[in-house]
Ligand binder design. Sequence first.
Ligand SMILES: [Zn+2]
Length: 198
Amino acid sequence: MNIAIASILQESNTFSPVMTHYEDFSPVFGQQAFTRHKGKLTEMGGFINVLEKAGTAIVPVCAAWAITANRLDRAGYEQLVKAFEHHLRRAKPDALLLAMHGAQTAAGEDDVEGAVLQIAREVLGPDKPIVLTLDLHANITRRMVALAAAMVGYHTYPHIDMFEVGQKAARLMLRILRGEVRPRMAYRKLPLIIQAEN
Ligand SMILES: [Zn+2]
């Protein structure tokens, strides 16, 4: 089993006067993504921790994180998702563990998480599982729910449990691949606006 791991994370704020550019993500690909996160208290660090202990082959795809700002410009968005797709395709994975924020936008794309999942689904085909980790105030869309096998969110605010969330997602992925669990997704939007802390 080859399990691909990847992170593309930004909490966009479309009221910010500062646009986001490709370089703001400091993206790295392949082995560099593994090196950046091994032993770190990040989602990717949690993925690596659990998969290494399980003796599973890890295929690092990319690691990209940007501080909060307005939308990623169109050219940067296309560069980022094309690089993600290229490295994911080359990885030939049996499954994908993906860390995202849940509130990322780009020029012309209000649902970057859904768009990245769509690309991943096209590369992996309909049956290989994708488990997604998200910040707790993610904007979950119907497209995300349709494309992911499962989602795992942070529990703490301020966020100090990224590593544990990554571990949880990786353990869940291993159970899915062993046929021990078959997650089912359900989605219902309540007509409520709540503060992020809730
Ligand atoms: Zn947050």
